[in-house]
Structure formats: C-alpha cells, structure tokens
Design a protein around this ligand. Structure first.
Ligand code: ARG
Ligand code: ZN
Length: 869
C-alpha cells in the first residue's frame, strides 16, 4: 500500500503523557506503557475508534481505566491495535512482550553485542509498544528500566535521571523523565556494560551541561575527538544560530550494529561506532572529519528536528535538509569552506543527480511512499540542504538568520511542514519565494545552458541563459525554476571586474539574458560560483577558458570545477577514440599544462590543490552519459591518470617528500591537507605499475604511522599487479584483526580493487570468517563498496557481480530489509547499460522480487526499477 501526502489527516486521539517501564531479560523484554489519552474533538467523536500502530509484538495485557480487557474487546491484526469505543479522556495501560535478541532488522529495541539499544526513526517505536507512531503526536515521556545489574550496569533514556536503585535477584533500575514533549521516533533506551568519558560545556547563559560519551570499555581512549567536536558544535550553534542547549545532560552512545550513521534521540544520541571512535592509528583523516560532521549534525537536530519537529514523514527534509545545511556550514567554519563545498558537490553530482534521473526520483518533499525508510535519500538530505543554501543566498545571511529566529519563535514545540518554513522565511525577509517553492515539489535536476555573445564594438558581454528539466513520472512537463546564479567577471589577467550586474542573477524563466556593459575585451564570466544552485551546467567555454578559470578564478570552487570540466572533456575525447577503435595517442598538451600549473598552486593551498588534481571517478564520469560504457570509461580514465603520472613523476616525488614530515598525531587541517596531497600523488605514481613504483608504494605502506597513510598506500597497492599487494593485505589483516572498524576498511579496499578481474575476489571474501550479514557496517564495506564503487567489478559482463549482489540482497531481506533495500539501488540504472548487461540486471531484479514475501523496503525499490517492463 502507498501512503500519500494529500491524504494527511490529524490524529484522532492525542496522548497527554506516557510512562514506560521496561523489564529487560536475556530472552525477552516486557514493556508496560501507561498513557493518558484525549480525543481530538476537531476530527473525532464518540463513534471514532482508537487505532494504534503495532508490529512484531505480543500483547500481554490491556487495561483501560482500571478495567482489564479480554482479547475480544480490542482488535489486533494487520499491525493495528484497535479499541472500538472509548471515552473522551481515559488512561490506557498496555503490556507487550518483545524479543530484542531476535531483532535483526535493528529497528525498535534490539541488541548490539551485549548492549540493548533502540532505533525508533522512522517507524520503530511501534515495534516496542502500541502507539500512534507518527511524528505529529507529541507527548512527555517517563521511562523506568530494570535489568540485571552486573550485565547491564548502565541504564539510559531521554531527559533527566530521576532515581536509581537496587532490586531483588541482582537486578536494578533507573527512572528517567524527559521534560520536553517529543514524537515517538525520538524515544531512546540503552542498557549495557558501558564506560563513559565525561566533560562539561558552559552555555551562553552560564548553565553547565554534563556531556557523556558511552562506549565499550576497550574503546574508552577513542572518544576524545568526538567530545571535542561536540563542544565545538555547541559553541557554534550558539554563535551562528543563537541556539542554546536545553537539558542539563547530553549523552551519546556508540554501538557496533546500526543501520545508519547516527540518531538524534532527545538527550540520548545513539551512534554507529564508526562516527564516534577514532585514534590516528585506527582512523583516517576522512573518518575524523566524518565524526566531527555527524556529531554536529545530531547535535544540531536538537533544535532543527526535536524542538521543532515534523507534521508527517513527507516533511522529512524540513529537519534533514536544514540540519545537513547547518552541519555543512559548521564544517566549513571549522576547516576550509572551499574544500568542504567541493566534497559536498562531488557527492551531490555523483549520488543525488543520479538518483534524480532514475526510477526512485522524487521531489525534496515526496508525495508518496511505500516504505518511509526508503526515503532517507540524498534528495531529501543533500538536495534538501542545497534548497536551504539557495534560500540563504537569495535572502542574504542577515535576513536568513532573522528568518531562522522567527521559525524557532513561531514553531518551538510544534510539528510543522516545509511550507511553514518557507512562509516564515518570506515573512521575515519580505522576499517572494513563490516560484522558489518548486524546489520542494518538482523532481529532477534542472539543466542550465549559458552561451556568451561578445560585442567588441560596444564593449558589451551578454550571457544567454536557458533552463530545462527533463520530464519524469512525477511530472511529465516541468515548470521553469527560480535558479540563483552567482556571477563574477574576470579580466584577462584574472582580476575581478566590478560591474553592477555582477553578483546574484535570478534565472526565473525558460530563457533570459544578462547584459554587461563597458567590459574590456577578453573578459571571462565565472558563473554558478560556489555552486550556487544544484543544476547541471553547460557552457560555451573553450578549453583555454577552462584552463584560465582553473588557474585564475578568484572563486576556489570554480577553479576546481573548471578542472573537472577540463578532465571531463579530455575523457570524452578519449572515449570517442576508443569507441571508434582508434589509438588513444597521448594526453592533450593543454591538459598536462593545466595539471602542471595546478601542481604549482598546490604549494600554497595543498587541500584545494589535492582536490583540483583529483580526476573524477568512474561513476562521476558515467553520470555524464545516457549510455554508460563501463570498460571504455575505465580504460580511458586509467590512460589519463597514467599519462599525467608519467609527465609529473619527478615533481610528484619532490612534493611527496616535502609532505612526508607531518607527524601522525597532528590532525590539524593543514596536516590533513599535506597527507591528502602526498597520498594522491603516491596514487598517481602507483598507477604506472612498474616494479620500481611497486617497491616505492610498498615502502610507503610499511613506513606508515597513521591509518590515513596506511590505508592510502594499501589502496594504491591493491590496484597494482605487484605481489607486494598480497603481502600487504595479509600484514594489514594480521595487524588489525581485533578492530572491526579497521577490518571494514580491509574489506572495502579489496571490494573496490581490480574490477577488471571480475567478481571472483569479492565472492571469495564473502566467505571469509570475518564477513557477516548481521553487521551493517560489514555489509556496506564489502557488498556496498563493490556495488557502488567498483563499476568494473559489479558490471562484469558475465553477470557474476550482479548475481553476487542479488544473492546478498535476497539473504539480507530476511534479516534486515532496510540494509537490503539500500543495495538494490545498484540496479536502478540498468537501462543505461548495453543489451547484455540490461538483460542480466533485469533478470536479477526479477529474481529478487519473486522471492517468498519480499519486504516492503525491497519490493518498493525493485518494482520501481522494473516499472514499465
Ligand atoms: N535522523 C537520523 C539522521 O539523519 C537518521 C535516521 C534514519 N533512520 C532510518 N531508519 N531511516 O541523523
Ligand atoms: Zn539528520
């Protein structure tokens, strides 16, 4: 069944309070829920039955107003609990029995190792007890947990700790109370043998907040970075958004088995341990950045998501798009704005643009869904963040902040919509966002074309813009969007030209042009600076223009983007040659020259330099083509990489040495930049794959004293033909076999390597004793990495990659549908491949959907992918 936004109705009954009691045991848990219930007289009357959600639970007893009901007096079928006739207000006590130890879906109350934990977003609370499990039902929670004291010394829930004490039979209890109303998806409980590191944060109004991070005892020394990030995030939100923390306690728990990155439960975040635990020996610089970003993201949800929450799940981007925007801004302020922007845009182009052009395309505010968990997408999160970014650009940062202040003022404690947000932004700023709202309702990536006309006589430069968005099943015909285009002009020496038309141009119609007067000849426009709108851009730049922008643009994002366009064009030229079976010849001199120049620039800004010198990956290249030539793209990209490497080998070696001095313990942004530039250049050298290069990379591997360097060298080695490869992989495994997060990396490195050899390696690895479908991180590190980051392997022409992944999807669907469904999207673009691959992928999709009772999660994605066949 499909749920539609247009069918939204208010809840028929409100819950004024809920008191929960959990008795945790090894083979079951008893959950007693006592609710004060009140009819919503706006839409319900005495005849209206009370219908709650429930799933995978046994109802032990039901007591309404002190009357014990027998099973005939309430309904319990099709995941609904029904009372047929109820008074206007009454108390209801429901006791349920659940099996956390058998909960492999990791939704609701489950066990991760020896720890009990919960994940209730989106619809997991109904797997704990009967409840109106929807975000517009907000209430106050109290929670008593009882459990064995020795096995579970730590008992946590949301809010404040009221009382603890001992009970008979070696058991104990803790009583928690959350003073803030919240929807059920923000409820959390944790019980386990955990240790915590503690710190405090003094807020802007001088309140002292206790901060605690709970982990398994052996990980106690790996929480420092997460704690630092939390304090940075708390200070930043006060300064940039005027948001102060509200409870006296902020707790984070790290667990090993978690479907997503982390969860913002009120006062008790639960995290995938990948986004908490770090030391320089075991975590890469990317991991350190990831932790800082996710810790901040969940913290920022306290205001954007928890204090102001969602009216229904169609509004998910109200909290996620906005919170991603906030965490992106935080990371930009803490590190480098340009580098962060480049990383985010790469992700958007490779992931979201591709989602937007496939069978799962949906607007930022979806209009329907079968399974909500399938809509935690890059469109809702990352395109959603772009939409907020555009609003802040159109309003200007001052008016945007006023709009945010008004938003919190008006909607604190309420469940609202994206429309409420946009209307508030209009109200605070006086800016009309009427047409802009299409960004929420219309799916697909707009394409903007820019053609220049120079009139040398009059000294005018005209930029002729046109926009179109290809139709899809959501809207056959697309309307013109309000697209903000940030524009600058450069003279022939790279100086910024002051012209009244520079700055923000609002493209609102299908075509429009912008005329600059009194411009010197040979001036070059720089458009969509900072990637001012999430669109595909087509320009009439010459290769020389691109090389100029790459070297001289004052906007660092556009310098990087010009480099990308230059690489894309070169790749396109080479691809045409391979397709015509012509010899590739060599890399174009102007590309080599531009690369050389960028290498010079990397001396002054190593982090940006490393980004500019990075070639687009095979997926990013494929995204440019309607029909994807898997082998051609692979071959041409290797050819280009090697051509560049040959040319710059000597200089690269010099820079590698220059950057080698940075100590592993230094995780400052400058140190990370050095390592990223060094490791990128080692990868270029390694691509040449001579025995001498192999020795060189192997030596780097053996000398590495940080995980960043170690995994970088291992990744490079694993793409080479040398025997050092096997030695290094074995050495790495033996060194790290006790650390699951590092072994995840070991699986990933191999999952993405040597796709030209087919899928055999990965199939073999799935039989390794350390591989398990039970742990989502492990599944992502092997099957996910193979599916999404090894196009040559996954798309092996014989179909072994497809069969392997489909087998994993089918097996996983029985235990963890959410994780299974994520993998299906590897098949989404099957129609863009050659006939052989098309039929093999289609065949696997059909095999998946014809299994006994596929989950709603998998069914939705497979059926949409197969739609029309
Ligand atoms: N709200 C969480 C976050 O973005 C994500 C939780 C998603 N969970 C899920 N089961 N889909 O921080
Ligand atoms: Zn979030």
């Amino acid at each position: 069944t499909i749920k539609y936004l247009k069918d939204y109705r208010q809840p028929e009954y409100w819950i004024d309070s809920i008191d929960l009691q959990f008795d945790l045991h090894e083979d079951h848990a008893l959950v007693k829920s006592l609710m004060k219930i009140r009819r919503n007289n706006e839409i319900a009357d005495a005849q209206t039955p009370l219908v709650f959600d429930c799933e995978a639970l046994e109802i032990v007893s039901v007591i309404a107003e002190d009357m014990i009901l027998c099973p005939g007096e309430y309904g319990h079928e099709n995941n609904k609990f029904t009372l047929f006739k109820v008074p206007e207000t009454f108390t209801l006590e429901i006791t349920t029995r659940i099996k956390p130890q058998d909960n492999t879906a990791l939704s609701g109350l489950y066990r991760s190792g020896g720890t009990f934990c919960t994940q209730c977003e989106a619809e997991g609370f109904r797997r704990i007890t009967c409840f109106p499990d929807r975000p517009d039902v907000m209430t106050t929670y109290s929670c008593i947990i009882t459990a064995d004291k020795e096995k579970y010394p730590v008992l946590l829930s949301n809010g404040n700790l009221i009382e603890t004490g001992d009970l008979d039979h070696g058991r104990h209890y803790a009583h928690w109370k959350d003073p803030f109303k919240k929807p059920s998806y923000l409820f959390a409980l944790v019980a386990g043998n955990l240790v915590c590191i503690e710190d405090t944060f003094k807020t802007c109004s001088n309140r002292l907040i206790d901060l605690r991070i709970y982990v398994e005892p052996e990980n106690k020394d790996k929480c420092g970075h997460a704690m630092t990030a939390l304090k940075q995030a708390m200070a930043w939100d006060e300064e940039k958004f005027g948001r102060e923390y509200d409870l006296d306690l902020y707790q984070i728990v790290a667990v090993n088995d978690f479907n997503m990155g982390a969860m913002e439960n009120k006062g008790l975040n639960v995290f995938n341990s990948k986004y908490v635990l770090a030391s320089t020996e075991t975590a890469t610089d990317i991991d350190f950045m990831g932790i800082q970003g996710v810790i901040a993201h969940e913290y920022f949800h306290n205001w954007t998501g928890n204090r102001v929450t969602l009216k229904n799940w169609f509004q998910l981007s109200l909290k996620e798009g906005l919170t991603v925007f906030r965490d992106q801004e935080f990371t930009s302020d803490m590190n480098s704005r340009a580098v962060k922007r480049i990383a985010d845009v790469r992700k958007l182009r490779a992931g979201q643009f591709s989602e937007d052009s496939g069978p799962m395309a949906h607007p930022v505010r979806p209009e329907s869904y079968m399974e909500m968990n399938n809509f935690y997408t890059m469109t809702v999160y990352d395109k959603g963040a772009e939409v907020i970014r555009m609003i802040s650009l159109i309003l200007g940062s001052e008016r945007f902040r006023q709009g945010m202040d008004l938003y919190f003022e008006k909607f604190d404690g309420m469940a609202v919509t994206t429309e409420d947000f946009v209307a508030t932004m209009e109200e605070a700023s006086g800016v009309d966002l009427g047409q802009f709202r299409l960004w929420y309702s219309q799916s697909g990536t707009p394409r903007v074309k820019m053609v220049q006309t120079h009139d040398l006589q009059t000294g005018t430069l005209t930029l002729n813009f046109s926009q179109t968005t290809p139709g899809d099943k959501n809207q056959k015909e697309k309307s013109a969007m309000h697209i903000p285009v940030q524009i600058g002009l450069l003279d022939k020496d790279g100086n910024e030209i002051n012209n009244p038309n520079c700055g923000l141009f609002h493209l609102k119609t299908k075509t429009d042009s912008l005329v600059f007067e009194n411009v010197p000849e040979k001036c070059i426009p720089s458009i969509f600076r900072g990637f001012s709108a999430p669109v595909k851009i087509e320009t009439d730049y010459s290769d020389t223009d691109l090389a100029f922008l790459m070297a001289r643009d004052t906007d660092p994002f556009n310098r990087w983007d010009a480099a990308q366009q230059l690489y894309f064009r070169e790749i396109d030229r080479l691809l045409e040659k391979t397709q015509k079976k012509e010899p590739l010849g060599g890399v174009s001199p102007h590309v080599l020259a531009a690369f050389d120049l960028a290498l010079d620039g990397a001396h002054t800004d190593r982090a940006l330099g490393a980004k500019i010198l990075t070639l687009p990956d095979e997926n990013e290249i494929g995204e440019n083509y309607e029909n994807i030539d898997v082998e051609g793209i692979h071959r041409v990209r290797c050819f280009l990489k090697q051509g560049i490497a040959q040319q710059v080998r000597e200089r690269a070696m010099a820079i590698i040495n220059e950057c080698a001095s940075v100590p592993a313990s230094d995780i400052s942004f400058a140190a990370m930049a050095k390592r990223s530039l060094k490791n990128l250049l080692i990868a270029y050298v390694g691509s040449l794959d001579t025995p001498a290069d192999a020795d060189f990379v192997f030596e780097k591997f053996n000398q590495a004293d940080s995980m960043t360097d170690e995994i970088a060298a291992l990744t490079t080695l694993s793409q080479m033909t040398t025997d050092h490869r096997t030695v290094a992989l074995e050495r790495f495994y033996n060194k790290w076999k006790k650390d699951p997060l590092v072994i995840d990396k070991w699986f990933s490195v191999q999952a993405v390597a040597r796709g030209d050899h087919g899928a055999g390696e990965v199939v073999k690895l799935s039989g390794h004793p350390d591989f398990s479908l039970k742990n989502p991180n492990r599944v992502r590190s092997l099957v996910g990495a193979f599916t999404f980051q090894n196009p040559m392997g996954f798309h092996t022409p014989g179909g072994e990659g497809y069969t392997f992944v489909a087998d994993q999807i089918i097996a996983l669907d029985r235990s963890n549908p959410q994780i299974s469904a994520r993998l299906v999207s590897g098949f989404n673009h099957w129609k863009r491949y050659d006939k052989n691959r098309q039929s093999r992928m289609q065949q696997e999709l059909k095999r998946i959907i014809t299994i006994q009772k596929p989950s709603r999660d998998v069914y939705e994605i497979v059926s949409k992918a197969l739609d029309g066949t």
